[in-house]
Design a protein around this ligand. Structure first.
Ligand SMILES: Nc1ncnc2c1ncn2[C@@H]1O[C@H](COP(=O)(O)OP(=O)(O)O)[C@@H](O)[C@H]1O
Ligand SMILES: [Mg+2]
Length: 257
């Protein structure tokens, strides 16, 4: 790949659900080692951008380039091979297995099929290397002591840490984070901001988030969506002052940030 090309480039993405145009000619770029945020009112189409990139919805039109290469819109099961990972809005850990096993399941490792069998007691061997890398992810989040706990035994912020560790074990070049700060208190949001600043050293981040101060703190670039269209793009300070953005939020969050 060209080292100059953005990791992800979307051009003129349009998604329709029946008569509703959820995204209307959306274009955006996520440069390597940068944090790009997508903000906008509820229903603006933010999650639909993620769903288009990750194969959950089929766009009507538009192009996607990954590492400078024009490609088909990714299928869900091809994401790991494309070095793209995502966390879901909400948490989404598997409840019957431990935190460590949840992190291991995020791997696209060739032994994954064997691990799934191991988890359900169908074969004897769990790959040592994969377990070690899952432990390393837990350590990165200060969560080693959580390894053997089940999701229902974890605090909400801890489940979010585990979900992020699971998304990172495949060593993605792009991670899509849908509202990672939702439901967190200020201390955990500050920790998440630090995690994202660290993440940017090894991958690109595309972030959807309602906490505007947090977005301002971590983002290199911000795109504002409203009714499926990009109404402003640029650094946070300039976007915040855009008349279109102020109008879209009607003096709401952004206007007060
Ligand atoms: N699978 C779907 N089927 C039908 N309509 C959908 C679907 N997903 C999203 N929408 C609609 O598309 C619009 C954008 O939704 P979404 O991307 O979830 O917005 P956001 O994440 O910005 O709140 C909304 O009007 C929503 O109701
Ligand atoms: Mg959403």
């Amino acid at each position: 790949m060209s080292s100059e090309a953005p990791f992800l480039e979307i051009e003129n993405l349009t998604v329709k659900f029946g008569g509703l145009t959820a995204l209307d000619n959306v274009s955006l770029k996520v440069p390597q080692n940068s944090v790009v945020s997508l903000i906008g009112p509820n229903g603006a189409g933010k999650t639909t951008v993620f769903n288009s990139i990750s194969g959950f919805v089929q766009p009507q039109s538009g192009e996607i380039k990954i590492a400078g290469q024009k490609t088909a819109w990714p299928k869900t099961h091809k994401l790991a091979a494309l070095k793209i990972s995502r966390t879901l809005q909400g948490v989404g850990l598997f409840s019957g297995i431990t935190a460590l096993e949840n992190v291991m399941l995020g791997s696209d490792h060739k032994y994954k099929a064997g691990i799934v069998k191991d988890l359900f007691g169908l074969s004897g061997r769990i790959d040592r290397q994969l377990r070690d890398s899952a432990m390393a992810q837990l350590e990165r989040f200060g969560a080693l002591s959580l390894a053997d706990k089940f999701p229902h035994e974890l605090s909400y912020p801890d489940t979010k840490r585990i979900a992020l560790a699971r998304a990172l074990i495949s060593e993605p070049e792009l991670i899509l984070l849908d509202e990672p700060a939702a439901g967190l208190g200020q201390d955990d949001i500050d920790e998440l901001a630090e995690t994202i600043r660290q993440l940017k050293k090894s991958c690109a981040v595309l972030l959807v988030e309602h906490h505007v101060d947090f977005v301002g703190e971590v983002s290199d670039q911000v795109y504002v969506l409203d009714f499926g269209r990009i109404i402003a793009a640029g650094d946070f300070e300039s976007v915040k002052k855009s008349p279109e953005v102020l109008a879209a939020y009607l003096g709401g969050e952004v206007g007060h940030a």
